[in-house]
Design a protein around this ligand. Structure first.
Ligand SMILES: Cc1cc2nc3c(=O)[nH]c(=O)nc-3n(C[C@H](O)[C@H](O)[C@H](O)COP(=O)(O)OP(=O)(O)OC[C@H]3O[C@@H](n4cnc5c(N)ncnc54)[C@H](O)[C@@H]3O)c2cc1C
Length: 612
């Protein structure tokens, strides 16, 4: 029997074949929970944290083992979108809520009736990112590096998609640190008996009685001793049924479910779904829970809004099946299609993800090429992922400073140059093109055609001014201090042997984020969808399903898609934190007055704040 009220389970919560961590050693709490959180990723941990701050008892279920605690966020770079922060001001970036609202509106392009709640979430999230967010995370012990990155620069025009200014703040400690600041207080609450984890518990159904969600049903899965991120077995052991006044779904997106992605892929906006797409997320990001919630009457919106990347490379040392890594590029690499034609403006590295996706897929091929040289790779290539940035992840100041000062590329990038199947390193253009053609999944690239385009571009670096829009963009980037120091190399000739050797990188498409999902109001309550045969009415008229909340990527990071069509980056972790916080606080309120005697010592101050 499960230790919280349950029926039919042959396994106790916490017993998932992992049997590590404080919860498994302490005596299980026999009281029924105030809330069940489905999904122990970042959004689930934030919601659980807020619930425990209000003295509520929480049961957290996850289909994976304890080693996976924190979900995708652990693997993340920990990039956080903040507006008008001290870090920005120190780098002479003048940001404001008004500017960020403009950027968000032009990027999101909200244009549907269903965008009623996504718009409201976007507005509330921007206020959060300009205000409480930094303080909230700081109070939990999270610190930022001094460098602010400039992601999604746009490049089309003032009224189009993109960040007008750098806003991508890097967590000191990357994703594991983002997880830690929530995991630790939740584990403290676990030791105090307020939280219980039930790993290897896969939810297959939401129990609805008289229109209210009252619990969950599912199956326990056979123990798994796999390491974090490694695909685990799906062998079923026994049924379970668990009940609570509030159920919060925080099960993530669809990034590893290629069938679902293909089904909802917006062919009209982005082109045909590619034959080859690398997996940017672990296998547990399976999207199953979306259908399960819809079957329980939930409204699912904006399923065709998907945020996949165009700069994916095969991980030479994969953790999950099809594991791809995203290059987060600086602005100097030249970008060519599969036939060796340079992409037109503004398809430059790091400018406009969806536009580049469409441009690539319009070629009829699902890959493209960066061409660059040693000087560019050393300064401009960053790899997304905590494990690809051991200096920042381990909070090692010496190695981090070495990265800035060193004349070599960071170790993980050197490893990709050496072992990565997508990399060509060559002394001559003939060798380079031959290497590209060996790795081609399509047409043969003509040497002279490719090299002539590089020469033409190189001639445009001879002056401080240029007619080449990408070279202009590099000058523009270098007028921002942060880019000048760590991100954008001084314009020079790519073919200059002093900057060699030459490098080409084959880029595949890479899955990652889900921008649509369960429709929620600002309390994280899941709204009811139109019943069978019923017309979908105005979104403002939709009513919440009593007892059911959701947060994180499963809600498109808030409301069913607070990003609209495009993201400004660093907004996903923040979206999980903000929506987890709102859902956790609202569910705590629903569960009634705080049981103050059960509140863990460490969190009492914030617990009071949560009530005020
Ligand atoms: C490599 C990488 C880099 C990233 N970098 C950044 C970044 O720098 N900045 C940024 O903002 N975002 C970044 N992201 C995105 C961000 O990390 C995710 O969007 C976010 O962590 C999602 O959190 P979540 O809690 O909503 O879902 P998840 O982390 O996916 O957690 C969901 C949990 O629910 C469980 N689950 C699912 N279904 C069930 C079920 N039926 N029953 C029981 N359990 C279930 C899963 O096992 C999982 O543990 C990155 C992501 C990756 C993978």
């Amino acid at each position: 029997m499960s230790s919280f009220d349950s029926t039919g389970s042959s396994h106790a919560p916490g017993d998932g074949g992992d049997n590590t961590g404080p919860g498994d050693r302490s005596a299980p709490d026999r009281r029924s929970p105030d809330a069940i959180v489905v999904g122990a990723g970042l959004a689930g941990l934030v919601a659980a944290h807020e619930l425990t701050q209000a003295g509520k008892r929480v049961l957290i279920l996850d289909q994976e083992n304890r080693a996976n605690l924190g979900g995708q966020a652990f693997w993340s770079l920990g990039g956080l979108f903040l507006i008008d922060s001290p870090e920005q001001r120190r780098l002479r970036i003048h940001d404001s809520l008004e500017l960020a609202k403009d950027d968000w509106a032009t990027s999101a392009g909200f244009d549907r009736d269903e965008d009623h709640w996504p718009r409201k979430w976007a507005e509330a999230y921007l206020e959060f990112a300009a205000g409480e967010k930094r303080r909230y995370l700081r109070d939990l012990g999270l610190r930022l590096t001094p460098i602010v990155g400039w992601a999604e620069r746009g490049g089309s025009g003032a009224g189009d998609h993109g960040n007008s200014v750098p806003r991508f703040h890097l967590t000191w400690g990357t994703g594991p640190e983002v997880v830690r600041v929530f995991r630790q207080p939740v584990e403290t609450a676990e030791a105090a008996g307020l939280v219980e984890f039930a790993f290897r518990h896969r939810v297959d159904e939401l129990i609805t009685e008289d229109g209210t969600v009252v619990g969950v049903r599912g199956r326990t899965l056979a123990p798994s001793h796999t390491a974090r991120g490694v695909e685990s077995n799906r062998d079923e052991l026994a049924d379970f049924e668990l009940r609570a006044p509030a159920v919060i779904v925080t099960t993530g997106g669809i990034g590893h479910n290629f069938e679902l992605m293909k089904k909802y892929w917006p062919v009209d906006r982005l082109g045909e779904f590619p034959d080859t797409m690398l997996a940017g997320v672990p296998a547990h990001v399976d999207g199953r829970m979306l259908q399960i919630a819809e079957d329980a009457g939930a409204s699912l919106i904006n399923r065709d809004r998907i945020w996949a990347y165009t700069e994916g490379i095969e991980n030479w040392n994969p953790i999950w099946p099809g594991h791809g890594i995203r290059i987060i590029p600086g602005p100097s690499s030249m970008w060519f299609d599969a036939e060796g034609n340079r992409f037109p403006a503004p398809n430059y590295p790091g400018f406009d993800t969806n536009r580049t996706m469409r441009t690539i897929l319009e070629t009829g091929h699902d890959y493209s090429w960066f061409v660059l040289n040693e000087s560019i790779i050393r300064k401009e290539f960053a790899l997304s992922g905590s494990e690809q940035n051991p200096d920042l992840t381990e909070k090692d100041i010496r190695i981090t400073l070495d990265r800035v000062r060193s004349s070599d590329a960071p170790g993980p990038i050197e490893a990709f140059k050496k072992y990565g199947s997508d990399f060509v390193v060559a002394e001559t253009t003939e060798e380079l093109v031959a290497g590209m053609n060996e790795r081609s999944r399509g047409p043969v690239i003509d040497h002279d055609h490719l090299v002539e385009q590089i020469r033409q571009r190189d001639r445009q670096t001879e002056h401080a001014f240029s007619k080449d829009a990408q070279v202009q963009a590099i000058h523009n980037a270098r007028s921002y201090l942060g880019d000048k120091i760590v991100r954008a190399v001084k314009p020079h000739k790519i073919l200059d042997p002093a900057h060699g050797p030459l490098i080409a990188v084959r880029l595949s498409l890479l899955s990652r984020k889900t921008l649509g999902g369960l429709e929620t109001n600002l309390d994280g309550q899941v709204l009811a969808g139109p019943g069978a045969g019923e017309e979908g009415g105005r979104e403002a008229e939709r009513t919440p399903i009593p007892g059911l909340y959701a947060a994180g990527e499963v809600t498109g990071f808030g409301g069913g898609g607070m990003h609209g069509y495009n993201a400004l980056e660093g907004t996903f972790l923040g979206g999980c934190i903000f929506s987890g916080l709102r859902a956790g606080r609202a569910a705590a309120e629903q569960a009634g007055r705080a049981v103050t005697s059960l509140r863990p010592e460490s969190g009492s101050a914030r617990g009071e704040a949560a009530h005020s």
